[in-house]
Design a protein around this ligand. Structure first.
Ligand SMILES: Nc1ncnc2c1ncn2[C@@H]1O[C@H](COP(=O)(O)OP(=O)(O)OP(=O)(O)O)[C@@H](O)[C@H]1O
Ligand SMILES: Nc1ccn([C@@H]2O[C@H](COP(=O)(O)O)[C@@H](O)[C@H]2O)c(=O)n1
Ligand SMILES: [Mg+2]
Length: 248
């Protein structure tokens, strides 16, 4: 299977997205698990590989444009979008037992205990009927990351990092005008500190794991999406080709 994917990358080397496709083909050990359908051993139990979801984590500082780009990714590639922040805000709005704690944490720009956030994500994943997820604003900390791996039992296939200068992020947040309790300068400053101290190490972790795609998050929304598009196009091309090869 690996040989076939490698030859695929040279076959399409003349396409406009060729470098991404080649890069993607070289990362396809995870993708292969989605498409081969060959049972593999997991904790001693044989599990059909095609049951694994395809997971993309969407990371970046506050106001870097994660939510904005997720809408475009969903429109073009049909993922189920799960925003950790939106799920937490929904808990506040529904007056759940954790609502007051979550509201205070968000106002302070701090991070909600991982168990709470991962359970919300898990519930949405299970009820979605989808197998392709964009998980936006998560993991924000090493604790988030480890908790997801422990509870959900899988690692992401792709990690997008929207890399944006602080000054631009602050400007965007102060103009967002969506009535968010954390869109004020005091909370924004705290969120930026938390991002640097707790979220950047997670981004570095995925860089070392060879899963990170860094997007320069300046310019128009469309210009930024043109950096994102080839990443998922490459995965789609490789997936379709693998299915054709299997059918032969
Ligand atoms: N490329 C862009 N140029 C200018 N403004 C943008 C751009 N992308 C997004 N915005 C605007 O910046 C604000 C923040 O964007 P968005 O909500 O997508 O960021 P985010 O990374 O999801 O932030 P948060 O972490 O706070 O949820 C929004 O008002 C959005 O319309
Ligand atoms: N994994 C997460 C994600 C978010 N939070 C809290 O929600 C706030 C808003 O998140 P956005 O993704 O919408 O920016 C964030 O500042 C945190 O307080 C969290 O705790 N854990
Ligand atoms: Mg957002």
């Amino acid at each position: 299977m690996w040989r076939r994917v490698a030859s695929l990358s040279s076959f399409i080397s003349s396409s406009s997205s060729s470098s991404f496709v080649a890069q993607t083909a070289s990362r396809l050990n995870t993708w292969e698990s989605l498409t081969t359908g060959i049972p593999h051993q997991e904790n001693g139990v044989s599990v059909p590989k095609e049951k694994n979801p395809f997971i993309t984590f969407v990371l970046g500082g506050p106001g870097s444009g994660k939510g904005t780009q997720c809408i475009k990714i969903v429109e073009t590639f049909g993922f189920k979008h799960l925003s950790a922040g939106d799920l937490l805000r929904r808990e506040i709005a529904s007056n759940s037992a954790d609502g007051a704690m979550i509201l205070n944490t968000i106002k302070e720009g701090k991070i909600v205990p991982s168990q709470v956030t991962v359970k919300l994500i898990q519930k949405e994943m299970e009820s979605s009927g989808s197998n392709k997820f964009l998980i936006d604003g998560f993991p924000r900390t090493e604790e988030n990351r480890v908790s997801f791996e422990r509870i959900i039992g899988v690692e992401p296939n792709v990690v997008l990092f929207f890399d944006c200068p602080e000054e631009e992020m602050v400007k965007r947040l102060l103009n967002r005008n969506q009535g968010r309790v954390d869109d004020n300068l005091e909370t924004i400053k705290k969120r930026l500190k938390v991002f640097e101290a707790l979220s950047l190490p997670v981004i570095n972790y995925y860089s070392h794991r060879g899963k990170l795609y860094t997007i320069k998050a300046v310019g128009t929304e469309d210009e930024i999406f043109e950096q994102v598009r080839p990443i998922f196009t490459a995965f789609e091309v490789c997936s379709a080709s693998t299915m054709i090869l299997q059918a032969q």
